[in-house]
Design a protein around this ligand. Structure first.
Ligand code: GAL
Length: 682
């Protein structure tokens, strides 16, 4: 049996002892199988430096164990107690404008602080010594959401650490000067001592300094994580995780994913945003991809409303369940929440919990019980019908690289581009056709894919462009605007953007950028960027692009769409070059959603990927195949009707002609697996 875990963050230290007994009774009713304990317990575990109090945590773990709940034990290092700052004020983080962040909230530590790291070591050694053999333990949870509030620290301690990092990277100051391009604006350094973190400056800061500081900041947090993991691995063989935060810009999760035993994620889609299901689908695909396709854990989501948006919408009835199944469909083997019991104190008291303020005679609690019972039943499936442990397979991938994300969103760039929104546009077009999508690094192994899309891969290494260009020899490569404009040091690739070897692989190069004009922006007043008219058979006729445009020069490719208006009128917008065994496409703008979907359809056909046949009509249906099961989820406001036959694993009923209400979910088995298409047995 492969368990699909159910439960969430459990913070009993906020409650009197008698509540704990009720907690475990309710956990049993809800089918809770995993509780994350101790995330914010440092002040309780070490109330004064060197004075430890583990008695209460012993009781919590024993109680959970006696009631059959497994434990994801946190190392409690996410939020230092006030004594740390009182005694060692240099552990407090400082912002780029020089503001010191104080105690009284959470996460107030400088990641580079040797004092913080030493106090962490002392604490974690004790926690691990004490609990490594506790029978309740299932998993270690290191820190919490690294970088969530303080991802970059600009204090003097960080400045010294940054200089050490730079010294290790460059060795000599003249190398740093060359790579940072300090010949510009009289920025040349005489020694490493003169180098600063990119604190507030009169105007634009050095781009490569900024990029190196992003890399350094991600590495410093990773060093904190590694130090804790080292202690755990010395004494315990249980798996280790730390919770990621979806597309979180400050931390390069590719580097981190290699160091966790299982990927876990915290996701809080906004119930008020109609794009949330599509965006959450992308986040879940990233989590699966970070773990190389292995099952991952949805570590935190909210049962209903959060408390940290300006307006905090409650989830609609059934939405918690529908979004949970979306995660399972896309590879999650755990549905966990923040948090078990809704707090009565503190700044998260209006954040929903599995046990709401109003108790168990509530809509929410009934949904909590239902979901727990369903997941327990699904956990019992095995063989071809097993869901837990099974995989999602994909022949399509989108490249994602943190360097390019950091680089393309720097100030003093051609225009304002959101890297993630650009990826989202492509991902959404693909998933709306029913295709499963992975994310890959652009220098990763692409051999398992038929179609690879590289959008806005701005700061590219030679190895990355070579890898992409080689892929185009056998597969279908689509390169989106803003790619390979610079190398990894943010030095422009001269002689026509894109540069070799992509220029040869795609048969095009870029002469000049022409994003929608600022004057138009002012004229439109609303901040709405004007669309750029396009035409071409790949779009089935007139269409529009937005965000970006380029003067594209074609050397050895077929033009499939052109810009039709203004200065760009007549210039190519989409090209395709046939290669030996594949094709290289180039797209010089971001086509609007309907046009992008049509384009993606053509590209998929070009790659020999058969599009899945319709599984339902009506509603707003998401269809995902995982292992031998086909998940169908209706995110829309209207009923959908299922067009395929099979058995719903949740209810045991036959699915052909079934009406799927809004927020409805069916898991169809068996799925006809022969042709690789996402449909149930027809
Ligand atoms: C997460 C965090 C939790 C809780 C939650 C509220 O960022 O890990 O501790 O604060 O948000 O949504």
């Amino acid at each position: 049996m492969m368990t699909i875990w159910y439960g969430g963050d459990y913070n009993p230290e906020q409650w009197p002892r008698e509540v704990w007994d009720e907690d475990v009774q309710l956990m049993d009713r809800a089918g809770v199988s995993l509780a994350t304990v101790g995330v914010f317990s440092w002040a309780r575990l070490e109330p004064r430096q060197g004075e430890y109090d583990f008695g209460w945590l012993d009781d919590v773990l024993d109680l959970l164990h006696a009631n059959g709940v497994r434990v994801d034990l946190a190392t409690a290092t996410a939020s230092p107690p006030p004594w740390l700052a009182a005694r060692y004020p240099e552990t407090l983080p400082v912002t780029e404008v020089g503001v010191t962040l104080s105690v009284g909230s959470r996460q107030q530590y400088c990641p580079s602080s040797p004092v913080y790291r030493e106090r962490v070591r002392e604490l974690v050694v004790r926690i691990v010594d004490r609990y490594a053999d506790h029978p309740a333990l299932e998993l270690w949870h290191v820190n919490n959401e690294y970088g969530c509030h303080v991802s970059h620290c600009y204090c003097d301690v960080s400045a010294a650490a940054f200089r050490e990092w730079l010294r290790a990277k460059y060795g000599r100051i003249d190398k740093l000067n060359r790579v940072w391009g300090t010949a510009f604006w009289s920025q040349g350094y005489g020694s490493f001592k003169e180098v600063m973190p990119p604190r507030a400056t009169p105007t634009f800061r050095n781009p490569t300094q900024l990029l190196d500081f992003d890399r350094f900041s991600s590495d410093e947090l990773l060093a904190c994580y590694r130090a804790e993991v080292g202690i755990i691995r010395g004494r315990s063989s249980l798996p280790v995780t730390t919770n990621f935060m979806g597309f979180f810009k400050p931390v390069d999760y590719w580097a981190w994913a290699a160091e966790v035993d299982i990927v876990s994620d915290d996701t809080y889609p906004d119930p008020a945003d109609p794009d949330s299901p599509a965006y959450a689908a992308m986040v879940r695909d990233l989590m699966r991809s970070l773990g190389g396709g292995a099952p991952w854990l949805l570590m935190e989501q909210s049962p209903s409303a959060v408390n940290w948006r300006r307006q905090n919408a409650a989830k609609a009835p059934g939405q918690m369940r529908a979004w949970s199944y979306q995660a399972v469909a896309r590879g999650a083997d755990a549905i966990l929440f923040f948090q078990w019991r809704q707090s009565a104190i503190g700044s998260e008291k209006f954040h929903s919990g599995l046990v709401p303020h109003s108790g168990t005679d509530t809509r929410l609690w009934r949904e909590v019980e239902q979901l727990g019972q369903e997941l327990a039943a699904l956990s019992g499936r095995f063989g071809d019908e097993a869901i837990g442990g099974s995989r999602v397979s994909s022949t399509v991938a989108i490249t994602l690289d943190w360097d390019s994300w950091w680089a393309i969103e720097q100030p003093a760039s051609p225009t304002d581009v959101s890297y993630v929104q650009t990826l989202f546009a492509w991902h959404r077009a693909l998933t709306s056709l029913g295709l499963a999508v992975d994310f890959v690094r652009s220098d990763g192994d692409l051999s398992g894919y038929r179609l690879v899309i590289a959008p806005a891969h701005f700061a590219a290494t030679d190895a990355q462009v070579q890898n992409l260009a080689s892929f185009a020899e056998t597969g279908t490569l689509v390169v989106g605007f803003g790619t390979a404009i610079t190398d990894e040091n943010l030095h422009v690739r001269l002689g026509g953007y894109l540069g070799e070897p992509l220029r040869r692989a795609l048969g095009v190069w870029i002469e000049e950028f022409a994003p929608p004009a600022a004057a138009d922006l002012q004229r439109f007043g609303s901040g709405k960027v004007p669309a750029l008219p396009l035409d071409g058979e790949v779009f089935g006729g007139p269409a529009a692009g937005h965000v970006w445009a380029e003067y594209l020069r074609v050397e050895d490719a077929e033009t499939l769409a052109t810009f039709t208006d203004g200065a760009l009128g007549g210039w190519p917008a989409v090209t395709r070059r046939q290669t030996g065994g594949g094709a290289g496409w180039y797209v010089a703008t971001l086509p609007e959603p309907v046009a992008l979907r049509r384009l993606v359809e053509q590209v998929a056909l070009d790659a020999g990927i058969e599009l899945p046949s319709a599984v339902a009509s009506g509603g707003q249906v998401e269809v995902v195949r995982r292992g031998g099961s086909l998940f169908v989820i209706n995110h829309g406001a209207d009923d959908a009707e299922l067009l395929v036959d099979g058995t719903d694993a949740l209810t045991g009923t036959s699915t052909l002609g079934m009406r799927l209400a809004p927020q409805g979910v069916v898991i169809i088995v068996p799925v006809h697996v022969g042709d690789g298409r996402d449909r149930a047995a027809l």
